[in-house]
Design a protein around this ligand. Sequence first.
Ligand code: ANZ
Ligand code: ZN
Length: 803
Amino acid sequence: MIKYHHEKIEKKWQKHWEETNAFATDSNMTRPKFYGLVEFPYPSGVGLHVGHVRAYTSLEVIARKRRMQGYNVLFPIGFDAFGLPTENYAIKTGKHPREVTDHNIEVFTQQLKAIGYSFDWDHTVDTTDPAYFKWTQWIFLQMYKHGLAYKDHTYVNFCTGCKVVLSNEDFRDGKCDRCGSPVVQMEKDVWFLKIREYAEKLLQGLDEVDYLPRIRTEQENWIGKSVGAEINFSIADHDQALKVFTTRADTLYGVTFMVIAPEHPLIEELADEIQNMDAVNAYKENAQHKTEFERVQLAKDKTGVKIEGIQAINPVTGDAIPIFIADYVMMGYGTGAIMAVPAHDARDWDFAKKFNLPIVEVIKGGNVEQEAFTDVSSGEMVNSGFLSGKQVKEAIPDMIAYLEEKGLGKKTVNYKMKDWAFNRQRYWGEPIPIVYCEHCGTVPVPESDLPVELPKVSHYEPTDTGESPLAEIEDWVNTTCPKCGRPARRETDTMPQWAGSSWYFLRYIDNHNDECLADMDKLKYWLSVDWYNGGMEHVTRHLLYSRFWHQFLYDIGVVPTKEPYAKRTAQGLILGSDGEKMSKSKGNVVNPNDIIAEYGADTLRTYIMFIGDYEKPAPWSDNGIKGCRRFLDRVWKLQDMVVEGDTFSKELENDMHKTIKRVSEDYEAMKFNTAIAALMSLLNHFNRVGQTTKAEYRDFLKLLYPVAPHITEELWEMADFAGELHQTDWPEYDETKTVDAVIEMAVQVNGKVRGKITLSIDGDQDQAHQLALDNENIQKFLEGKHIIKEIFIPGKIYNIVAK
Ligand code: ANZ
Ligand code: ZN
């Protein structure tokens, strides 16, 4: 037998598949279809890592299986190539980001091909290709025309390192996700997309799709729906009202002060009345240097300033109460103002203690002098006028009804999710297709002028003022107004990284179309994406952004389905062999190239799928890789054990049906590890029996093929089986034959048959022992005796000697 030479075999089949276009999507849209989507990579300079391999191999297995099941499969890949790492590299090296991107895409492509993925390379996209981002810009224009894109002067999160505005999703704990520098609040002109307008639809849409429960929860939490009431407090001696948002209208009698966010417009509006404007302004100034996280999460010690000269009126008690500014109230949520109920809200309690404010109990059950009583499930209203004696659950709607009747407030819904800040002061992104004209104002670039391409520049640093380097390219910035033809200036900000990935799955379907973003008939056939797999780190931002764009495109009739993805799953991380997250600095990064060179792509794929529960993190193990290579070596040797036989042998029939069922089901359930374990066990059975019939061998190769396609294709060819493996059918099983074969066995006690037990054909002595003890009749003859000897002859008899 010739040796298993992985390199030769893998190169051979990869070349063959490419030459025969083996995985091309069928343009004939008649068969049932399967659209499998994996998150396209960012082509960074470090190349593909083993995390990508885990993310892609799962749907690769499903895609290969689906083709054998007769589906027309679209399994595409592309590159999400705009963004900071490439731009930062360009700044450092002076190389044009275009050049860097092209090079990286080439490296990634080589790597993906070396793993043997069955992507359809004719359906690929590159988000930085003008033919692609023409349509990204087009979608932006549609949003603009539908009032979903607007420019606002507002406070933004500004990364002091990257010198760009970040959306709330781009940083955590006050530090930039990308560079770790502190993030501060800054006043700026910002483009926003009104994703909040889609909050309810994004929530409702979750009922129509099949996402992993934890993914659904992440989406719901991010949207953050909160049902409550808006209540108007009047300002004493003024027409002005101060509107608050509360989820606890029931506690209105317990309000002893109000708090507004430092940025609240009331301060400007009542500037003339405010007696301590200096202190108020100083506090406001200070708050601007803190991030939202510092303001809300970290500030156990509450700070604030009482606004002297104005007071609010509690609408139900008529009491005049003080108004504070404090940074634990955020301008971006609700109305930017709260009614404070120190007895029943922990933050208000802290604040009241610090500033010596009254604490009025309105729900019985706690000791509000010691701490806030926040339990809503039990407790009875007290000190609360018409609500006294009621339970909280009834008191909330009753108070809202009362306020609505008196015109003092109304039921409202709030969403935590904020509008999407949609611009960056960077070069390597899609230019926002907008022109500013002194006469006409903000003018969208006509669709016929798209794409607005990036000009060539010599350096890529953002400017000191935080403007994009595009602002310095006079030829490009200066243009004519599309409306009046007078001189005008282009918007110099570019779109954020998330833009291109918000609709790439649509473009895959019809990636060469230059009439529209994708042809409707093709979209009707291919959508929804049947199965989308990706990382847990993308189940908030990317998943919401792309669902938002898709829902919008549905609303304007550009796509035929409400939801883009019918199903979304997620892989766990692959950790270093030390159990830590892989990172350059820890030196625990595994490079797929090295594994392919030493053990082969099939071993890499098998190992990555065998490494453990697909959804959980798994540490890398060199022994694990070696074990998988040994398994494939043994698969290779099977060729010498093949005997004639177009059926399953009697001995293995049950095993064969069980394994086909198990592997088929486990692949679908993403239980790749147990599927492979079942194949390993079947291989052991072949070895035990000492042979495998052609029928058994054929199905074994088919089952292993999606995971290890090269070696199985080669063995298929060597066995002279008809056609090519990937063109054959997925094996079928007979349900009735998957049931474990059982036998009846006589049980003797001291030489006499005393009963019969039923056990599986390969049942052992322990099983027989247990079953015998459970049998009443046999039990009778063992009563009061000690078992001194047992004789178990598999499949034949079980004899107990007892005294
Ligand atoms: C009175 C009250 C009494 C409240 C009580 C809570 C408990 P969720 O569920 O997250 O929506 N709030 C409203 N707007 C705020 C803002 N801009 N910044 C900080 N806090 C704000 O929380 C809603 C509650 O958070 C509101 O209900 C309000 O405090 C506070 F026993 O009003 B509550
Ligand atoms: Zn004009």
